[in-house]
Write a protein that binds this ligand. Structure first.
Ligand code: ADP
Ligand code: MG
Length: 680
């Protein structure tokens, strides 16, 4: 494309201003030639509706003019599309009879070619301009953050004229052999197992974690990494995770919009490549009960347009007022909106994961590490503090091994929100989620906090304080505000779960209840004042979340019922039949002595009969619980009922099924077991 067209894209990215239609024509024509040269036949706007997945509707470049076929792609097709998108969840923002929705090109994120289709990352809005996707609120939150953060950064460097967010998303996932996957209706329909007894050996020995990558998996990884590189996704790390058959990959961090779009595409690419290897990738947060689930740790930092990471403490954090200002503003934001932030990662899937098996607890806290904690303590006590000794420490091992210089911060796996040296790691984000669902809340909260920071500093300097003193005062005030959420201990411990509420932090104990956090006055104020969501958009989002929760759980409950009736019970009854024939045969030959000879079989028969009866009754009770919930017209009430009564009934059903798995002849068991699914 022309120099001018190229510059207009760069400018749009920097300033956030639109690209005019004439330039769009040139850009479209450039993109078309580029794509067609590389074998593309179609183009699509790729958007991120509230389903949490991506959506695409391909259009061929080919069109007919004066009876002749020709390849066309013009500026308006690039800038805007109008998919008939009436079936996407919209939380009442659109009626089906006025289904117009628009997807609009997002020049912040690079276009790419996937399977012969030019994919154009896009936003998705309603006819009346309401956000119907995950991208729009995130972009709006970045605008708010940019303004607020630039105003604070300017206190320290007048040359700063913009602040962006960088994100690195670690993607955890499970791999399962495709044939075994296809033999599990629950994995096929729910991406998680709704029954399944734990394997005698799973992750107890930590022998999978960081272990040698199995060859079959290494081939798959190499293959999907190559495909990712072709799309410009810079994958960097790969390793075995804690649970058997669980793995992780992470790209080099990048600007947030690109990072999130690329993560969404990465999940698609991984699944496509897995097909060639006869594998299935499971992105679900908790596919297997009793072992670790999967997260999408969101590494988050802010950077100025002059290239400075605003969360980098440097060698002397105590004297780094800029770092302290931004750090204090983030942790105060987390304190103010602790429950909302936790709610932002809540979903049915993630509710099975949080709070168990090395997953962060469902209550917010911030881990800073001992070095910074000492700095903050000194600030709060208004003590002058020389730099902590740790910064100069080195660990000497043996002469032949170079000395190790430890990081300024240690690590804490138990914290949902941990500082890791030059960024925060939001660890509670779920592996299958679109990370934007969490980041737009975090960005908004930090924007609000930074705005307050600057306003407070201005008020103090107006009263005559010099700038450094004013900044320091506000840092202290913000750290004081944030104190309740600052926690260096073990987030998994029972003591913390007791202490957190005493500090005024609210744990998430029920997911549909957590969704209501978005409707609280302080949240509505946050989103409206930052311009991220209107009250109608907030309501729509909560409604979509509730509905999705109910539908997913309804599917799980149905699948559970089907599996129990069609797989588990018939297998158990067949085995009972074998047992009873054996007992009868014994009686015919040995007479009354059979009671003694067959006592084990009789006992097994009794146990199985007990579980069969319990399973039948509980499955029926599960149907009733679902029916009762479905009768509730109010979606909030229905979601609550699903999260309590339906869920409790599912636990009972599963318990009997898992017990039967232990008793019934393995040859008769119709489903692949955990020990088969989890090991290659
Ligand atoms: P961990 O040891 O926490 O598992 P990984 O290497 O798996 O770390 O992932 C760390 C992620 O954080 C990577 O995507 C990396 O690029 C990203 N990251 C590093 N520095 C920053 C930063 N300043 N801002 C945002 N993300 C960052
Ligand atoms: Mg990692």
């Amino acid at each position: 494309m022309s120099d001018a067209a190229f510059k207009s894209i760069l400018e749009a990215r920097e300033t956030g201003n639109g690209i005019d239609r004439k330039m769009a024509e040139e850009i479209a024509s450039g993109m078309k030639s580029w794509a067609i040269e590389r074998g593309a036949t179609h183009y699509t706007h790729l958007f991120q509706p509230l389903t949490g997945a991506t959506a695409e509707k391909h259009e061929a470049f080919i069109s007919v003019k004066d009876g002749k076929p020709m390849e066309r792609f013009n500026g308006s097709a690039l800038v805007q599309q109008e998919p008939d998108a009436s079936s996407f969840p919209n939380g009442g923002l659109r009626n089906t009879f006025e289904a117009r929705g628009y997807s609009a090109w997002d020049p912040n994120s690079p276009a790419f070619i996937l399977d012969g289709t030019l994919c154009i990352p896009s936003a998705f809005v309603s006819y009346t301009g309401e956000a119907l996707d995950m991208k729009v609120p995130n972009l709006r939150s970045l605008q708010a953050l940019n303004v607020a953060a630039t105003a604070v950064a300017k206190l320290f460097d007048s040359k700063v004229s913009g602040v962006t967010v960088n994100v690195g998303l670690e993607q955890e996932y499970f791999l399962v052999d495709e044939a075994l996957y296809n033999a599990r209706p629950d994995l096929q329909l729910c991406s998680r197992t709704v029954i399944g007894h734990t394997s005698a050996k799973d992750q107890q020995l930590s022998d999978h974690y960081f272990g040698a990558i199995p060859s079959r998996v290494a081939l798959f990884m190499k293959d999907f990494e190559t495909e990712a590189y072709k799309l410009g996704i810079p994958l960097q790390t790969r390793h075995n995770e804690v649970a058997p058959n669980q793995f992780e990959c992470a790209p080099v961090f990048s600007e947030i919009t690109t990072a999130i779009d690329q993560n969404m595409v990465l999940m698609i690419v991984m699944q496509k490549v897995a097909e060639k290897h006869h594998l299935k990738v499971i992105f679900h947060e908790k596919p297997f009960q009793g072992i670790n689930g999967s997260g999408k740790h969101c590494n988050w930092s802010m950077q100025t347009d002059t290239g400075v990471n605003l969360l980098s403490p440097g060698k002397t954090p105590m004297k780094n007022l800029q770092f302290l200002s931004f750090y204090a503003s983030v942790v105060r934001a987390v304190r103010r909106h602790d429950y909302l932030l936790m709610a932002s990662v809540c979903s049915l899937n993630n509710s099975y994961r949080l709070g168990g098996h090395e997953a962060p607890p469902a209550v917010m806290s911030v881990f800073s590490g001992s070095t910074l904690s000492k700095v903050f303590d000194a600030i709060l006590r208004m003590e002058d503090m020389s730099e902590p000794a740790e910064t100069k420490r080195s660990i000497d091992l043996v002469k032949s091994i170079p000395a190790i210089i430890p990081d300024n911060t240690d690590r804490n796996r138990t914290s949902p929100f941990a500082f890791t040296g030059n960024r925060f790691e939001f660890r509670a984000v779920g592996s299958s989620a679109n990370a934007a669902g969490a980041t737009y809340v975090l960005n908004s909260a930090v924007a609000e906090s930074l705005k307050d920071f600057r306003a407070r500093v201005d008020a103090l300097t107006a009263k005559g304080d010099d700038l450094d003193k004013a900044v320091f005062t506000v840092i202290r005030e913000f750290l004081e505000d944030a104190a309740p959420v600052m926690f260096e201990g073990n987030g998994y411990s029972a003591e913390w779960l007791e202490e957190a509420p005493r500090r005024g932090l609210t744990p998430v104990t029920n997911v549909p209840t957590a969704f209501q956090a978005f409707r609280k006055p302080e949240s509505v104020r946050l989103f409206t004042e930052t311009g991220v969501l209107s009250p109608t958009e907030i309501d729509a989002r909560v409604e979509v979340q509730e509905e999705t929760y109910v539908k997913k759980l309804q599917i799980e409950a149905r699948v559970l019922g089907d599996i129990c009736l069609n797989h588990v019970l018939p297998a158990a009854v067949t085995y009972q039949d074998i047992l009873i024939k054996s007992i009868q045969g014994c009686k015919e030959i040995f007479g009354e002595e059979y009671k003694q000879l067959c006592r084990a079989d009789i006992e097994t028969y009794r146990k199985i009969a007990g579980y069969i009866n319990a399973l039948s009754e509980d499955t029926q009770a599960l149907v009733n619980a679902r029916k009762k919930a479905n009768r509730m017209a109010d979606m909030t009430q229905r979601a609550l009922s699903y999260s309590t009564e339906v869920m409790e009934q599912m636990v009972k059903v599963r318990d009997s099924a898992d017990n039967l798995e232990m008793l019934v002849d393995d040859a008769l068991w119709p489903l692949p077991k955990y020990r088969e699914l989890l090991f290659f």
